[in-house]
Design a protein around this ligand. Structure first.
Ligand SMILES: CCCCC/C=C\C/C=C\C/C=C\C/C=C\CCCC(=O)SCCNC(=O)CCNC(=O)[C@H](O)C(C)(C)COP(=O)(O)OP(=O)(O)OC[C@H]1O[C@@H](n2cnc3c(N)ncnc32)[C@H](O)[C@@H]1OP(=O)(O)O
Length: 160
C-alpha cells in the first residue's frame, strides 16, 4: 500500500477497498462520482452513471434491492467530503418505485439537504435514461471521530 510522508496510510488509501467505490477491491462496484453544486441551494451534489450486470441481479432482469441501497448509501456518503466531514450512515430509508433494470445506463444522484450539528441529512435518487424516477432514499449521516477508522486492516488481523 502506498504511504504518505509519515508512513501512515491516508484516509483515501484506507478506503481503497470500499465495496462501492474502492479501486483496490476486485469484487467492488468501482463507482465514480462527479461532484458539483446544486443550482438552487448551492449544496454539494454528486452524480454517477451505473450499468450493472447479472452479478447484481435480484428479480430476473433487475438490480437487487440491497445493491440499490448500497448505491444510495455510497452516493450520499460522497457528500461528506465536500462538507469537510468524516461521517457514517446512521439511518437510511429507501423507496423502490419501479424495478431498476440491469444492462442499462442509470443515473445515480445525491444531494446534501441540511445539517444539524453532527447530523447530516442527505437525499438520493436513481433515474433511468428516460428520466423516470426508479428509486429514492433519504439518509442521516453522523460526523465521527477519525480515530474510529482503523489504520491497519490486514487479512491476518481480520482472521482470514
Ligand atoms: C465512513 C467513514 C469512511 C472513512 C473513509 C475515509 C475517506 C473517505 C474517502 C473515500 C471513501 C468514502 C466513503 C466510503 C465509506 C463508507 C461507505 C458509506 C458509508 C457507510 O456505509 S458507513 C457503514 C454503516 N454505518 C455504520 O456502521 C454506523 C454504525 N453506527 C455508529 O457507529 C454510531 O451510531 C455513530 C458513531 C454513527 C453515532 O453514534 P453516537 O452514539 O455518537 O450517536 P447516536 O447513534 O446516538 O445518534 C446520533 C444522533 O442521530 C439521531 N438519530 C438517530 N436516528 C435518527 C433518525 N432516524 N432520525 C433522526 N435522528 C436520528 C440521534 O437521536 C442522535 O441525535 P442527538 O445527538 O441530537 O441526540
Amino acid at each position: 500500500m502506498p504511504m504518505n510522508d509519515n508512513s501512515a496510510p491516508t484516509l483515501d488509501e484506507q478506503a481503497g477497498h470500499c465495496f462501492a467505490c474502492g479501486p483496490a477491491n476486485p469484487q467492488g462496484l468501482h463507482l465514480h462520482f462527479d461532484r458539483s453544486e446544486h443550482p438552487e441551494t448551492g449544496h454539494p451534489t454528486v452524480t454517477a452513471t451505473v450499468n450493472l450486470t447479472r452479478i447484481y441481479e435480484g428479480p430476473p432482469g433487475y438490480i437487487h434491492g440491497g445493491i440499490i441501497a448500497t448505491l444510495f448509501d455510497e452516493a450520499m456518503s460522497k457528500l461528506n467530503r465536500p462538507l469537510d466531514t468524516l461521517a457514517m450512515t446512521r439511518h437510511m430509508e429507501v423507496d423502490y418505485l419501479r424495478p431498476s433494470p440491469l444492462y442499462q445506463d442509470l443515473t445515480l444522484t445525491a444531494t446534501h439537504e441540511r445539517r444539524e450539528g453532527r447530523k447530516l441529512f442527505h437525499s438520493a435518487q436513481l433515474h433511468n435514461a428516460e428520466g423516470t424516477l426508479l428509486a429514492q432514499a433519504e439518509g442521516l449521516f453522523i460526523a465521527i471521530n477519525p480515530a474510529m477508522i482503523p489504520s491497519n486492516i490486514t487479512p491476518e488481523k481480520a482472521g482470514h
